[in-house]
Design a protein around this ligand. Sequence first.
Ligand code: CP
Ligand code: NVA
Length: 304
Amino acid sequence: MQHFLSLLDWPAEELRRLIDEAVFLKREYQTGGNRPALQGKSLGMVFQKPSLRTRVSFEMAMQHVGGYALYIGPQEIGLGKRESIADVARVLGGYVQGIMARVFDHEHVIQLAEWSPVSVINGLSDYNHPCQAMADVLTMQEEFGQLQGLNLTYIGDGNNVTRSLLFAAAKFGFRLTLCAPEGYRLDDESIQKAKAAGGVDVYRLVEDPTEAVRDADVIYTDTWTSMGQEEEAEKRRKVFPPYQVNYQLMTHAPKHAIVMHCLPAHRGEEITDPVADGPQSRLFPQAANRLHAQKSILVRLLGR
Ligand code: CP
Ligand code: NVA
Protein backbone atom coordinates (compact mmCIF):
# COMPACT_ATOMS: atom_id res chain seq x y z
CA MET A 1 0.00 0.00 0.00
CA GLN A 2 1.44 3.36 -1.03
CA HIS A 3 1.03 6.34 1.33
CA PHE A 4 1.93 10.03 1.17
CA LEU A 5 3.44 10.84 4.56
CA SER A 6 6.73 12.53 3.71
CA LEU A 7 8.45 13.58 0.49
CA LEU A 8 11.51 11.63 1.68
CA ASP A 9 9.56 8.37 1.21
CA TRP A 10 9.12 9.02 -2.53
CA PRO A 11 11.72 8.78 -5.31
CA ALA A 12 12.45 12.17 -6.92
CA GLU A 13 11.32 10.91 -10.31
CA GLU A 14 7.88 9.92 -9.01
CA LEU A 15 7.44 13.27 -7.26
CA ARG A 16 8.27 15.03 -10.53
CA ARG A 17 5.66 12.89 -12.26
CA LEU A 18 3.11 13.99 -9.64
CA ILE A 19 3.92 17.63 -10.44
CA ASP A 20 3.61 16.95 -14.20
CA GLU A 21 0.23 15.34 -13.56
CA ALA A 22 -0.81 18.32 -11.40
CA VAL A 23 0.05 20.64 -14.30
CA PHE A 24 -2.07 18.46 -16.60
CA LEU A 25 -5.02 18.26 -14.19
CA LYS A 26 -4.93 22.01 -13.61
CA ARG A 27 -5.12 22.71 -17.34
CA GLU A 28 -7.81 20.07 -17.81
CA TYR A 29 -9.85 21.58 -14.95
CA GLN A 30 -9.52 25.10 -16.34
CA THR A 31 -10.48 24.07 -19.88
CA GLY A 32 -13.78 22.31 -19.40
CA GLY A 33 -13.33 20.18 -16.29
CA ASN A 34 -11.60 17.00 -15.15
CA ARG A 35 -12.46 13.53 -16.34
CA PRO A 36 -14.07 11.43 -13.56
CA ALA A 37 -10.88 9.52 -12.72
CA LEU A 38 -12.13 8.70 -9.19
CA GLN A 39 -15.79 8.00 -9.97
CA GLY A 40 -17.34 6.15 -7.05
CA LYS A 41 -14.26 6.56 -4.82
CA SER A 42 -14.39 8.16 -1.36
CA LEU A 43 -11.82 9.94 0.79
CA GLY A 44 -12.18 10.03 4.58
CA MET A 45 -10.68 13.26 5.94
CA VAL A 46 -9.70 13.08 9.60
CA PHE A 47 -8.97 16.48 11.16
CA GLN A 48 -7.58 16.90 14.68
CA LYS A 49 -6.91 20.61 13.98
CA PRO A 50 -8.73 23.41 12.11
CA SER A 51 -8.22 23.94 8.37
CA LEU A 52 -9.40 26.06 5.46
CA ARG A 53 -7.09 25.21 2.56
CA THR A 54 -6.49 21.53 3.24
CA ARG A 55 -10.11 20.74 3.98
CA VAL A 56 -11.65 22.62 1.06
CA SER A 57 -8.99 21.77 -1.55
CA PHE A 58 -9.16 18.03 -0.81
CA GLU A 59 -12.96 18.09 -0.85
CA MET A 60 -13.14 20.03 -4.13
CA ALA A 61 -10.39 17.90 -5.70
CA MET A 62 -12.39 14.74 -5.01
CA GLN A 63 -15.56 16.33 -6.37
CA HIS A 64 -13.84 17.46 -9.61
CA VAL A 65 -12.80 13.90 -10.45
CA GLY A 66 -16.16 12.35 -9.62
CA GLY A 67 -15.36 11.20 -6.10
CA TYR A 68 -16.67 12.02 -2.63
CA ALA A 69 -14.92 13.43 0.44
CA LEU A 70 -16.16 12.93 3.99
CA TYR A 71 -15.09 15.49 6.62
CA ILE A 72 -14.49 14.04 10.08
CA GLY A 73 -13.86 16.87 12.56
CA PRO A 74 -11.76 16.98 15.74
CA GLN A 75 -14.70 16.14 18.03
CA GLU A 76 -15.90 13.14 16.08
CA ILE A 77 -13.77 9.99 16.19
CA GLY A 78 -11.34 10.78 19.03
CA LEU A 79 -8.33 9.33 17.22
CA GLY A 80 -6.38 7.29 19.79
CA LYS A 81 -8.70 8.41 22.61
CA ARG A 82 -12.20 7.09 22.01
CA GLU A 83 -10.74 4.31 19.92
CA SER A 84 -7.22 3.09 19.14
CA ILE A 85 -5.57 4.37 15.97
CA ALA A 86 -5.18 0.78 14.73
CA ASP A 87 -8.94 0.23 15.07
CA VAL A 88 -9.86 3.56 13.49
CA ALA A 89 -7.59 2.79 10.52
CA ARG A 90 -9.13 -0.62 9.88
CA VAL A 91 -12.74 0.50 10.39
CA LEU A 92 -12.45 3.64 8.26
CA GLY A 93 -10.54 1.69 5.62
CA GLY A 94 -13.58 -0.54 5.25
CA TYR A 95 -15.72 2.41 4.13
CA VAL A 96 -13.44 4.61 2.00
CA GLN A 97 -10.71 4.18 -0.61
CA GLY A 98 -8.31 6.71 0.91
CA ILE A 99 -7.68 8.51 4.22
CA MET A 100 -6.34 12.04 4.62
CA ALA A 101 -5.33 12.86 8.18
CA ARG A 102 -4.29 16.08 9.93
CA VAL A 103 -2.82 15.20 13.31
CA PHE A 104 -0.80 16.70 16.15
CA ASP A 105 1.69 13.88 16.58
CA HIS A 106 3.39 12.62 13.41
CA GLU A 107 3.56 9.13 14.97
CA HIS A 108 -0.23 9.01 14.69
CA VAL A 109 -0.30 9.40 10.93
CA ILE A 110 2.45 6.76 10.68
CA GLN A 111 0.35 4.41 12.82
CA LEU A 112 -2.73 5.08 10.71
CA ALA A 113 -0.74 4.13 7.61
CA GLU A 114 0.62 1.01 9.29
CA TRP A 115 -2.87 -0.30 9.99
CA SER A 116 -4.90 1.13 7.13
CA PRO A 117 -5.96 -1.13 4.25
CA VAL A 118 -6.16 2.01 2.04
CA SER A 119 -3.67 4.79 1.22
CA VAL A 120 -3.07 7.44 3.88
CA ILE A 121 -2.17 11.05 3.01
CA ASN A 122 -0.58 13.34 5.59
CA GLY A 123 -2.57 16.58 5.68
CA LEU A 124 -0.11 18.15 8.20
CA SER A 125 1.49 16.86 11.37
CA ASP A 126 3.82 18.49 13.88
CA TYR A 127 6.69 17.04 11.78
CA ASN A 128 5.82 18.03 8.21
CA HIS A 129 3.27 19.16 5.62
CA PRO A 130 4.08 17.32 2.38
CA CYS A 131 0.94 18.33 0.43
CA GLN A 132 1.77 21.99 1.07
CA ALA A 133 5.31 21.46 -0.25
CA MET A 134 3.96 19.89 -3.45
CA ALA A 135 1.71 22.91 -4.07
CA ASP A 136 4.70 25.16 -3.35
CA VAL A 137 6.85 23.29 -5.86
CA LEU A 138 4.09 23.64 -8.47
CA THR A 139 3.93 27.39 -7.75
CA MET A 140 7.72 27.78 -8.07
CA GLN A 141 7.76 25.80 -11.31
CA GLU A 142 5.03 28.03 -12.77
CA GLU A 143 7.02 31.10 -11.80
CA PHE A 144 10.52 30.07 -12.84
CA GLY A 145 9.93 27.27 -15.38
CA GLN A 146 12.21 24.91 -13.49
CA LEU A 147 13.42 24.30 -9.94
CA GLN A 148 17.01 23.19 -10.33
CA GLY A 149 19.39 25.69 -8.76
CA LEU A 150 16.75 27.99 -7.25
CA ASN A 151 17.29 29.36 -3.76
CA LEU A 152 14.36 29.43 -1.34
CA THR A 153 15.07 31.50 1.75
CA TYR A 154 12.83 30.57 4.66
CA ILE A 155 12.64 33.24 7.37
CA GLY A 156 11.08 32.65 10.78
CA ASP A 157 10.22 29.52 12.74
CA GLY A 158 11.84 26.29 11.52
CA ASN A 159 8.67 24.20 11.67
CA ASN A 160 6.71 21.44 9.93
CA VAL A 161 6.34 23.51 6.75
CA THR A 162 10.08 24.34 6.72
CA ARG A 163 10.96 20.67 7.06
CA SER A 164 8.78 19.69 4.10
CA LEU A 165 10.36 22.48 2.05
CA LEU A 166 13.80 21.13 2.95
CA PHE A 167 12.76 17.65 1.79
CA ALA A 168 11.28 19.19 -1.39
CA ALA A 169 14.59 20.99 -1.98
CA ALA A 170 16.39 17.64 -1.70
CA LYS A 171 14.03 15.94 -4.16
CA PHE A 172 13.58 18.75 -6.69
CA GLY A 173 17.11 20.17 -6.76
CA PHE A 174 16.72 23.61 -5.20
CA ARG A 175 18.36 24.98 -2.05
CA LEU A 176 16.77 25.89 1.27
CA THR A 177 18.43 28.77 3.08
CA LEU A 178 17.15 28.89 6.65
CA CYS A 179 17.17 32.10 8.66
CA ALA A 180 15.74 31.33 12.11
CA PRO A 181 16.72 32.20 15.67
CA GLU A 182 18.65 29.71 17.73
CA GLY A 183 16.34 27.15 19.31
CA TYR A 184 13.88 27.43 16.41
CA ARG A 185 15.93 25.79 13.64
CA LEU A 186 15.54 22.39 12.03
CA ASP A 187 16.85 19.27 13.78
CA ASP A 188 20.15 17.78 12.59
CA GLU A 189 18.52 14.48 11.67
CA SER A 190 16.21 16.14 9.13
CA ILE A 191 19.12 18.12 7.68
CA GLN A 192 21.27 15.00 7.37
CA LYS A 193 18.43 13.08 5.71
CA ALA A 194 17.90 15.92 3.24
CA LYS A 195 21.63 16.09 2.45
CA ALA A 196 21.74 12.33 1.92
CA ALA A 197 18.84 12.62 -0.54
CA GLY A 198 19.80 15.86 -2.30
CA GLY A 199 23.50 16.60 -1.66
CA VAL A 200 25.31 18.81 0.85
CA ASP A 201 24.32 22.09 -0.82
CA VAL A 202 20.62 21.50 -0.26
CA TYR A 203 20.70 23.32 3.09
CA ARG A 204 22.36 26.48 4.32
CA LEU A 205 21.92 28.44 7.54
CA VAL A 206 22.30 32.24 7.35
CA GLU A 207 21.82 34.14 10.58
CA ASP A 208 21.24 37.68 9.31
CA PRO A 209 17.88 38.14 7.52
CA THR A 210 19.20 40.82 5.14
CA GLU A 211 22.08 38.49 4.14
CA ALA A 212 19.69 35.54 3.84
CA VAL A 213 17.44 37.23 1.27
CA ARG A 214 20.25 38.71 -0.83
CA ASP A 215 20.33 35.85 -3.36
CA ALA A 216 16.79 34.53 -2.80
CA ASP A 217 14.51 33.53 -5.66
CA VAL A 218 11.76 32.74 -3.14
CA ILE A 219 11.27 34.28 0.29
CA TYR A 220 9.05 32.05 2.38
CA THR A 221 7.63 32.52 5.85
CA ASP A 222 5.02 30.92 8.11
CA THR A 223 3.38 31.67 11.44
CA TRP A 224 5.66 32.04 14.49
CA THR A 225 3.28 29.86 16.53
CA SER A 226 1.97 26.68 14.93
CA MET A 227 -1.22 24.86 15.88
CA GLY A 228 -0.60 23.04 19.15
CA GLN A 229 1.99 25.61 20.38
CA GLU A 230 -0.51 28.25 21.48
CA GLU A 231 0.77 28.40 25.07
CA GLU A 232 4.18 29.55 23.72
CA ALA A 233 2.69 32.37 21.64
CA GLU A 234 3.70 35.22 24.00
CA LYS A 235 7.29 33.98 24.29
CA ARG A 236 7.55 33.55 20.53
CA ARG A 237 6.20 37.06 19.88
CA LYS A 238 9.26 38.39 21.74
CA VAL A 239 11.79 36.22 19.84
CA PHE A 240 10.71 36.55 16.22
CA PRO A 241 10.21 40.28 15.34
CA PRO A 242 13.72 40.59 13.77
CA TYR A 243 12.58 37.86 11.34
CA GLN A 244 9.51 39.68 10.04
CA VAL A 245 9.14 39.70 6.23
CA ASN A 246 8.45 43.41 5.64
CA TYR A 247 9.09 46.10 3.05
CA GLN A 248 12.46 47.00 4.58
CA LEU A 249 13.69 43.41 4.30
CA MET A 250 12.41 43.17 0.72
CA THR A 251 14.68 46.09 -0.28
CA HIS A 252 17.63 43.70 0.29
CA ALA A 253 16.16 40.95 -1.95
CA PRO A 254 16.50 40.64 -5.74
CA LYS A 255 13.68 42.33 -7.67
CA HIS A 256 12.67 39.02 -9.23
CA ALA A 257 12.20 37.26 -5.86
CA ILE A 258 8.68 36.10 -5.03
CA VAL A 259 7.13 35.86 -1.56
CA MET A 260 5.35 32.73 -0.41
CA HIS A 261 3.47 31.76 2.76
CA CYS A 262 1.49 28.56 3.32
CA LEU A 263 -1.23 30.58 5.17
CA PRO A 264 -3.00 31.25 7.47
CA ALA A 265 -0.94 34.44 7.91
CA HIS A 266 -0.72 36.48 11.07
CA ARG A 267 -0.42 39.81 9.35
CA GLY A 268 1.70 42.26 11.28
CA GLU A 269 3.68 39.40 12.82
CA GLU A 270 5.66 37.19 10.40
CA ILE A 271 4.55 39.20 7.34
CA THR A 272 3.24 42.73 6.79
CA ASP A 273 0.29 43.74 4.59
CA PRO A 274 2.36 45.62 1.97
CA VAL A 275 4.42 42.47 1.34
CA ALA A 276 1.56 39.96 1.56
CA ASP A 277 -0.50 42.07 -0.85
CA GLY A 278 2.39 43.50 -2.87
CA PRO A 279 3.59 42.76 -6.41
CA GLN A 280 6.07 40.07 -5.33
CA SER A 281 3.48 38.11 -3.34
CA ARG A 282 2.30 34.75 -4.73
CA LEU A 283 0.28 33.83 -1.61
CA PHE A 284 -3.03 33.28 -3.35
CA PRO A 285 -1.90 31.42 -6.50
CA GLN A 286 0.09 29.28 -4.06
CA ALA A 287 -3.02 28.56 -1.96
CA ALA A 288 -5.02 27.77 -5.13
CA ASN A 289 -2.36 25.29 -6.23
CA ARG A 290 -3.17 23.09 -3.23
CA LEU A 291 -6.20 21.95 -5.26
CA HIS A 292 -4.19 20.83 -8.27
CA ALA A 293 -1.20 19.33 -6.44
CA GLN A 294 -3.46 17.25 -4.19
CA LYS A 295 -5.71 16.16 -7.04
CA SER A 296 -2.63 14.63 -8.62
CA ILE A 297 -1.76 12.77 -5.40
CA LEU A 298 -5.36 11.54 -5.04
CA VAL A 299 -5.60 10.30 -8.62
CA ARG A 300 -2.27 8.53 -8.21
CA LEU A 301 -3.10 6.82 -4.90
CA LEU A 302 -6.84 6.15 -5.24
CA GLY A 303 -7.04 5.73 -8.98
CA ARG A 304 -5.79 2.20 -9.18
N1 CP B 1 -1.79 25.88 4.54
C1 CP B 1 -2.70 25.09 5.13
O1 CP B 1 -2.53 23.88 5.30
O2 CP B 1 -3.85 25.74 5.51
P1 CP B 1 -5.04 25.14 6.39
O3 CP B 1 -4.47 24.96 7.79
O4 CP B 1 -6.12 26.16 6.34
O5 CP B 1 -5.45 23.83 5.82
N1 NVA C 1 3.06 25.70 10.71
C1 NVA C 1 1.63 25.88 10.66
C2 NVA C 1 1.12 25.57 9.30
C3 NVA C 1 -0.36 25.75 9.10
C4 NVA C 1 -0.80 25.35 7.74
C5 NVA C 1 0.96 25.00 11.71
O1 NVA C 1 1.36 23.83 11.86
O2 NVA C 1 0.04 25.47 12.37
